[in-house]
Design a protein around this ligand. Structure first.
Ligand code: SF4
Ligand code: SF4
Ligand code: FES
Length: 331
């Protein structure tokens, strides 16, 4: 076991735990945002840099600080480590820079984007974004593409987090989808436009942190805040059959996996992630297909959570205050 202190909160966690996982155990505003890490997908993380933190003390044995911000999703803790996230003005500034980079090529699509209202990039933009851009070049653009019968790809909105690639790799045998090209020509592709028709491919939509992969059966049907999420299940021989139904009146507009506070698929009874199959997701759109369990509580990354943006506003004030205090101490 090892002790780590994150923004003044100390916790003891098993050796090998990452800073991000330790922060999630503490919970609340000190948890760094994560756009590419997804605990249920092996080798995810390390791509986006939104989760950076400052390690102001390496460990009890070697108390030297780490010279640069570190990605908390990859850095494991050492006994006695001291970490700063929202209490570090430099980290807040560096994260704002990361967000600026993420938005360089990102379109202002929120009013027409299905992810709006539950988008992690929208949250980051709200917390750290600036009204203008310093980018003077032409944004890269791609045509909207069909990838398979049920998924639409808006490559313009993709932040190349690789989560969908990990789903394809780890859940869909014989995958036909990945990232081609590198640098500013990197893009998600199904190679020669092959259909992503694997029975578990719809999970790519659930893991996509932005509105790049959208569910064709839900596109433009409703804004997410007009829907009512409920927990439901059915007997399914392909997946766990446990889902969240997003209803409007008696109509089921969308079916997703059940997700936790961090937008990740919850574990089901046998301790395995509750990925769902395409039959449950795309073909079971009648209330009578499901046994309804009750309303689902949605928090953190969604406008559906009551007072979410009031909490965000309070966090923003907190960050500003920390920055002022930091500057004062510096002077
Ligand atoms: S992905 Fe998020 S930030 Fe981008 S347009 Fe859609 S809602 Fe807006
Ligand atoms: S399509 Fe979505 S999940 Fe896939 S790399 Fe792009 S942002 Fe990530
Ligand atoms: S979440 Fe850590 S680098 Fe993306």
């Amino acid at each position: 076991m090892a002790k780590v202190t994150i923004d003044g909160h100390t916790i003891e966690v098993p050796d090998g735990t990452t800073i991000l996982e330790a922060a999630r155990k503490i919970g609340g505003a000190i948890v760094p945002p994560a756009m590419c890490f997804y605990s249920k997908l092996k080798t995810s993380g390390g791509y986006c840099r939104t989760c950076i933190v400052k390690v102001s003390k390496g460990s009890d044995k070697d108390p030297r600080p780490m010279p640069k911000p570190v990605p908390s999703c990859r850095q494991t803790i050492m006994d006695g480590m001291v970490v700063e996230n929202i209490t570090s003005p430099e980290i807040m500034e560096a994260r704002a820079g990361v967000v600026e980079f993420l938005l360089i090529n990102h379109p202002l699509d929120c009013p027409v984007c299905d992810q709006a209202g539950e988008c992690h990039l929208q949250d980051l933009g709200y917390e750290h974004g600036k009204a203008g851009t310093r980018y003077e070049f032409k944004r890269r653009t791609f045509p909207v593409m069909d990838i398979g019968d049920n998924i639409k790809l808006h490559m313009n909105r993709c932040i190349l987090c690789y989560r969908c690639v990990k789903v394809a790799d780890q859940l869909c045998p014989g995958r036909v989808h990945g990232v081609i090209g590198r640098g500013d020509v990197a893009e998600i592709s199904t190679y020669i436009q092959n259909a992503v028709d694997n029975e578990m491919s719809g999970n790519m939509i659930d893991v996509c942190p932005v509105g790049a992969l959208t569910d064709k059966t839900f596109r433009f049907k409703s804004r997410v805040w007009f829907t009512k999420p409920v927990n439901a299940h059915r007997d399914c021989d392909k997946c766990c059959g446990k889902v969240t139904l997003w209803e409007s009146g008696n109509e089921v507009l969308r079916v997703t996996a059940c997700k936790d506070t961090y937008g990740e698929v919850e574990d089901v009874a046998d301790g395995k992630p509750g990925w769902i199959c395409n039959t449950c997701r795309f073909d079971k759109k009648n209330i009578t297909d499901w046994t309804i369990e009750g309303p689902r509580k949605i928090d953190r990354h969604s406008v559906i959570s009551a007072n979410h943006y009031l909490e965000q506003k309070a966090l923003k004030m907190d960050i500003k205050m920390q920055k002022l205090l930091g500057e004062k101490a510096h002077n």
